[in-house]
Design a protein around this ligand. Structure first.
Ligand SMILES: CC(C)(COP(=O)(O)OP(=O)(O)OC[C@H]1O[C@@H](n2cnc3c(N)ncnc32)[C@H](O)[C@@H]1OP(=O)(O)O)[C@@H](O)C(=O)NCCC(=O)NCCS
Length: 160
């Protein structure tokens, strides 16, 4: 991954940007999701934009959205509800860029913890989160529609 990150930071950093997405970007979010993990309907995306404390950020390669993260601020914690990189752009360090951005942003907001749920069978995400020092703090039985279980993970943040 180090090589990929060098590739990103030295050659392409001007092409990469992270922006907060707004209600006007619903179609972009829905289209991105439909092309990746198909988690939410357009109505569900609209509901996410309305949720108190919810922020949605997009990672762009030039003007193409290649990653989206949805997180919700609750007191001194942030819950990650969506974290996806477009399949064609995976394993190139983009997920790490987005996660590093999120961690820094939450630390600036003086938050203490980042939380998320991940499927027990999602080995890729499990490795990804372990790399960012998320630890498993619980399980959610039958969490997903298909009856599969989720791991509850948390990362302690270094607040200033
Ligand atoms: C999880 C996800 C966001 C990672 O994004 P990414 O851009 O591929 O991540 P990176 O390239 O920054 O990878 C960082 C590290 O994560 C781990 N990782 C990423 N993809 C992996 C894979 N296919 N197999 C094993 N480890 C993997 C590795 O440790 C990797 O470091 P390395 O390249 O040095 O081995 C991406 O795979 C994804 O969108 N998956 C589908 C959605 C999902 O499952 N989201 C999480 C749900 S909670």
């Amino acid at each position: 991954m180090t090589q990929d990150l060098n590739f990103l930071t030295h050659k392409h950093n001007k092409m990469i940007s992270i922006k907060e997405l707004k209600v006007k970007d619903i179609d972009l979010c829905y289209e991105f999701d439909s092309n990746t993990i198909s988690l939410w309907s357009k109505k569900q995306w609209a509901d996410e934009f309305k949720k108190e404390g919810t922020k949605i950020v997009g990672l762009f390669f030039t003007n193409l959205v290649i990653g989206i993260c949805v997180f919700q601020l609750v007191l001194d914690e942030a819950q990650i509800n969506y974290f996806v990189v477009n399949k064609k752009f995976r394993k190139k360090g983009f997920g790490s860029l987005l996660m590093s951005y999120l961690i820094k942003k939450c630390e600036k907001l003086n938050l203490n913890k980042l939380l998320l749920e991940v499927s027990l069978s999602n080995v890729t995400a499990e490795r990804f989160y372990t790399r960012f020092d998320f630890s498993t703090v619980g399980t959610r039985k039958n969490y997903y529609k298909d009856g599969s279980h989720a791991l509850l993970k948390e990362k302690k943040l270094t607040t200033k």
